[in-house]
Design a binder for this molecule. Structure first.
Ligand code: IMP
Length: 425
């Protein structure tokens, strides 16, 4: 069964969109399995840049069916405006399928996300305020509203009313805000979203299994990344879903035996948005250069990303968590001008050398990186598309990444454009 998962191996923003787009060329179906419009996948096609939040990357190919799986949380207003943006730019979205079992993000989830962040004060998580956490919390509390509920007005109204009977108490009594009128909200969603979404609502389980049974290639597109995973990330500074490869199983409705290729996307350095530990974080000119050259500002929120050197300790852990079969390294060109480049190969924690990511977060906070320092290549890589044209220093850097992470590198990207990549294996 030819199924592939693309998964971020760091803290997100690895450039998953670019390689998902590249792999999507071969795929019959591209399926998002978790997260929502907290994601921001940038695709550069010729002179055009597409920033996608909810619609799977495969939408840009006519032969690919883009699927929003049951594990995704869907803001219906955002989805419709993204589809409109794409349609206005000539991209056909008629093929897009949205699982009826996916949960909705409604405006009160966003309001609660922002209020909760404010309530946390200096301990805030730095969420994207897109309502992701509150929507998944409702799902777990069994008070969520699903996409399929929109198809039955009575059920839809009843579910919104039930959810708001609780959330309105929180809004008014805890946060001193006005309550949300359930009928007004239901009217708004049904009048503004239902007709636009109706043709896209589908039984995605049947669709995905139909494709797998016909031996068609299916790509599962992870959003966010391994260390933002609710279970495996640096909790509580994580998102509220499971971006790790295993999350594709419940999030799309497939068993693990279907998956035969798991591509980990790793940036040639590391960035993180929001709060939380980050052992290789840089606070100096080198970090500023990574941010400037790599344009490390959120696609979604515009926030400056925190920069740092490549961390092989975390990558080894990510390789285990995701069963990575290969690594695709992005943004190698961002390091083009550096005199030297560093790879963190181990940590020093309270005087001891540690090779594995500690399970206790206090230890991660105390970790000092132990670096292997290599000479920079001081060459513009943005036009390099063949491995044999890579300078020996760049090859050495990639070889050390492979050695220290234990995962073979298959692809390397040297710029945002569709053609700016090297087959490395
Ligand atoms: P949430 O997903 O909006 O709840 O945010 C939780 C944490 O995940 C915050 O630190 C966000 O900055 C981070 N986060 C969420 N989505 C992304 C993403 O697509 N890229 C990078 N970080 C993200």
């Amino acid at each position: 069964m030819p199924a592939t998962i693309v998964v971020g191996t760091q803290w997100g923003d690895e450039g998953k969109g670019k390689f998902t787009d590249l792999l999507a060329k071969e795929m019959a179906m591209v399926v998002r399995y978790q997260g929502g419009h907290n994601a921001g996948h940038t695709l550069v096609v010729g002179d055009e840049t597409f920033a996608l939040q909810l619609v799977p990357s495969g939408v840009l190919y006519d032969h690919t069916t883009p699927v929003i799986g049951n594990g995704v949380v869907v803001d219906p207003f955002v989805l419709l405006s993204e589809m409109k943006m794409l349609t206005d730019r000539g991209v056909d979205c008629s093929n897009l399928k949205v699982s009826g079992n996916a949960h909705l993000i409604l405006p009160y989830h966003q309001q609660l996300d922002a209020l909760h962040e404010r309530h946390l004060g200096k301990n805030k998580l730095g969420t994207t305020k897109r309502g992701i956490g509150p929507a998944y919390a409702d799902k777990s509390m069994r008070t969520g509203v699903r996409v399929q509920d929109m198809l039955d007005e009575g059920i839809f109204r009843a579910k919104i009313e039930a959810a708001l009977s609780y959330h309105n108490k929180v809004l008014t009594k805890v946060f001193n805000r006005l309550p949300v009128d359930p009928d007004e909200l239901a009217d708004k969603v049904l009048s503004e979203c239902l007709e636009g979404l109706r043709p896209h609502i589908a039984d995605t389980i049947n669709l995905i299994h139909g494709a797998l049974e016909s031996n068609e290639q299916v790509l599962f597109e992870g959003a966010q990344a391994t260390f933002l995973d609710l279970d495996h990330g640096t909790y509580p500074f994580v998102t509220s879903s499971n971006p790790t490869a295993g999350g594709a199983c419940p999030g799309a409705g497939v068993g693990p035996k279907h998956i035969d290729r798991i591509v980990g996307i790793a940036k040639a350095y590391v960035t993180r948005v929001g709060a939380g530990p980050f052992p290789t974080e840089l606070f100096d000119d080198v970090g500023d250069a990574m941010v400037d050259i790599g344009r490390e500002f959120g696609t979604n929120t515009g926030r400056r990303r925190r920069p740092g050197w490549f961390d092989a300790v975390m990558l080894r852990h990510a390789a285990r968590l995701n069963s990575l079969t290969e690594l695709a390294v992005t943004k190698l060109d961002v390091l083009d001008t550096f005199d030297e480049v560093k790879i963190c190969v181990a940590y020093e924690i309270e005087g001891e050398r540690v090779e594995e990511l500690p399970y206790h977060q206090s230890s991660i906070h105390k970790a000092t990186p132990i670096y292997e320092t290599l000479p920079g290549w001081k060459t513009d890589l943005t036009q390099v598309t063949d491995r044999k044209d890579l300078p020996k220093e760049a090859i050495e850097y990639l070889n050390v990444v492979q050695d220290r992470t234990g995962v073979p590198i298959s692809l390397v990207s040297t710029g945002p454009g569709r053609d700016q990549f090297i087959q490395f294996d």
